[in-house]
Design a protein around this ligand. Sequence first.
Ligand SMILES: Nc1ncnc2c1ncn2[C@@H]1O[C@H](COP(=O)(O)OP(=O)(O)O)[C@@H](O)[C@H]1O
Ligand SMILES: CC(=O)N[C@@H](CCC(=O)OP(=O)(O)O)C(=O)O
Length: 292
Amino acid sequence: MNRDWIATARTLSEALPYLQRYSGATVVVKFGGNAMGDDAAMAQFARDMVLMRQVGIAPVVVHGGGPMINAMLDKLGIESSFVRGKRVTDKATVEVVEMILSGLVNKRIVQAINDAGGRAVGISGKDDDLMVCEADDPELGFVGRPVEMNVQVLRDLTAAGIIPVVAPVGTGMADNETFNVNGDTAAGAIAGALNADRLLLLTDVPGIKDARGEVIRETTPAEIRAMIADGTISGGMIPKAETVLYAIEAGVRAVVILDGRLPNAPLIELFTDAGAGTIVRGAASAARPRRR
Ligand SMILES: Nc1ncnc2c1ncn2[C@@H]1O[C@H](COP(=O)(O)OP(=O)(O)O)[C@@H](O)[C@H]1O
Ligand SMILES: CC(=O)N[C@@H](CCC(=O)OP(=O)(O)O)C(=O)O
C-alpha cells in the first residue's frame, strides 16, 4: 500500500484522543496580518478552520491586518508609528484601519472559509456592541482598550454552526466612536469573555524566543513578565505577551503562540503529540496530562 496513505491513517488514529478532548471546545484563533500569506496559504487556513468545525470544535477567528493597513496608509501618504507594538491612531488613520480590517481583510477570510465549505460570517467589534472600548492611552489616540464584552452574538453564531470572523475594531461608550484595537488584545478579550479552551495566536515566528533567540516550548506568566521587563520581548510581541497574561488570568485554559505560515499550524497544535509554538497553561489545565 502507498506509504503516504499509511502515514495519513496513522496520523488520523493518533489524533483520536485530541479529537475527543476538544469535541465541544471553543477555540479562539488570532490570525495575524503577518501570518496571512498568498491565496493558497489563506485557503489552507480556511480548510483548517472548517475541519475544526467539522470535528465539533467551535472556532472563533479574530484577525489582524497590520501590513495591509500599512500598505493603504502608504498609498494615501499618511505616516504611521508604533508605541510598544500598538499603532498611534489619529482620526484619518482610524478611518483607514476600519476600512481595511472590516472590509478587505475580513471579507477575504470570510470568503476563503465559505469557499472551503464552511459557513463564515464576518463582523467587527461594533456588531451587537461586541467590544466596547475606552481610549487605551492618550499618547495612542483612537486605540481602544476593551472594557465591556458582549459575546452573546458569538455564542449565537457558533451554536448555529457558523464560524465568526471578527475584525478588531471597537465601539466606544459615547455615540459614534470608533477604536482601533490591536488584534491580539481583541482576541484575548474575546477568548476571556467566552471562557475559551484555547487561544491560538498565529504569527510569523515559531513562538516566543528567549534572550539567545531559541524558541521556548512552554513558559509561565511570571517568566513572560520578566521577559517583557528585560526587553527580551519587544515590538509586536508585547501585545501578544500582554494578551497571554490577560487571557490566562481571565480563565482561558491555554494560550499558544505559533507560526501561522507553517501549513496546518492550528491542526498540528491541536491534534498531534508534538504540538507547535510556545504554550502557556492556565491553572485549570495544569492538572491535565502534559503532552510535551
Ligand atoms: N522574544 C520574542 N520572540 C519572538 N518574536 C519577537 C520577540 N520580541 C519581538 N518579537 C517580534 O514580534 C513579531 C511578531 O509580532 P507582529 O509583527 O505584531 O505579528 P502579527 O502581525 O502576527 O501580530 C515577530 O516577527 C518578532 O519580530
Ligand atoms: C492598535 C493597533 O496596533 N491596531 C492594529 C490592528 C491590526 C493588527 O493588530 O494587525 P496584526 O495582528 O497583523 O499586527 C494596527 O493598527 O495595526
